[in-house]
Design a protein around this ligand. Structure first.
Ligand code: FE2
Length: 198
């Protein structure tokens, strides 16, 4: 390749490069543009923490559902019409308590149960979070605004390709008796990753 071509490639904005790639794939009948639009729709509208928030709210008000959720997350979320990709074979739900705080990470890359708790935030993918939350979880949580008393045990769970996690936060006592839809509104993505309490 002549050297001036390489210079042009390096300085072309990423959007133009993506468009060029999509056009090249589309021209070969591979429907890249339609595929990208579908992924964009899924990421913006379908794979959102609101799904997990519904699960948490139901678990708070329905003890039988909560038991099913803790026994088999994948089967329980299906009761709410929520699904995971086939390769997410297990959804393990980790129940917090006043004395236990569960935290999830993916030390290898960025895996989450994204159809349930949403796509991972940028900091979750950072090498700093992935490495430090394992070795010095209490300090990392404190830096993220969650200063836990020493008597709270912190359990860190490393996601794999086929086992995905979500944290079941404890219900704030002042919300006992609220209707399920209102409870779902207070559940955040960070509380289902375990770096925040509600
Ligand atoms: Fe990963």
């Amino acid at each position: 390749m002549p050297s001036h071509d390489r210079v042009i490639q390096r300085t072309t904005p990423v959007e133009q490069r993506v468009e060029a790639l999509q056009a090249a794939l589309d021209a070969r009948g591979m429907n890249a543009t339609a595929g990208a639009e579908e992924l964009d729709h899924l990421a913006q509208e379908e794979w959102i923490p609101k799904n997990g928030a519904r699960v948490v709210a139901k678990a708070w008000v329905d003890p039988a559902f909560r038991a099913r959720l803790l026994a088999n997350g994948r089967a329980a979320v299906a009761e709410l019409g929520l699904t995971l990709p086939k390769h997410h074979r297990h959804l393990v739900v980790l129940e917090n308590s006043t004395t236990v705080q569960n935290v999830i990470c993916c030390t290898l890359c960025s895996c989450t149960a994204f159809t349930i708790i949403g796509l991972p935030p940028d900091w979750y993918k950072d090498l700093e979070y992935r490495s430090r939350v394992v070795r010095e979880s209490r300090t990392v949580l404190r830096e993220m605004g969650l200063d836990l008393p020493l008597e709270v045990e912190i359990r860190v769970w490393d996601t794999t390709a086929d086992t995905r996690y979500m944290v079941l936060p404890t219900q704030p006592p002042e919300t006992i008796g609220w209707p399920e839809h209102k409870l779902a509104e207070i559940v955040t993505r960070d509380s289902m990753i375990g770096v925040a309490r509600l």
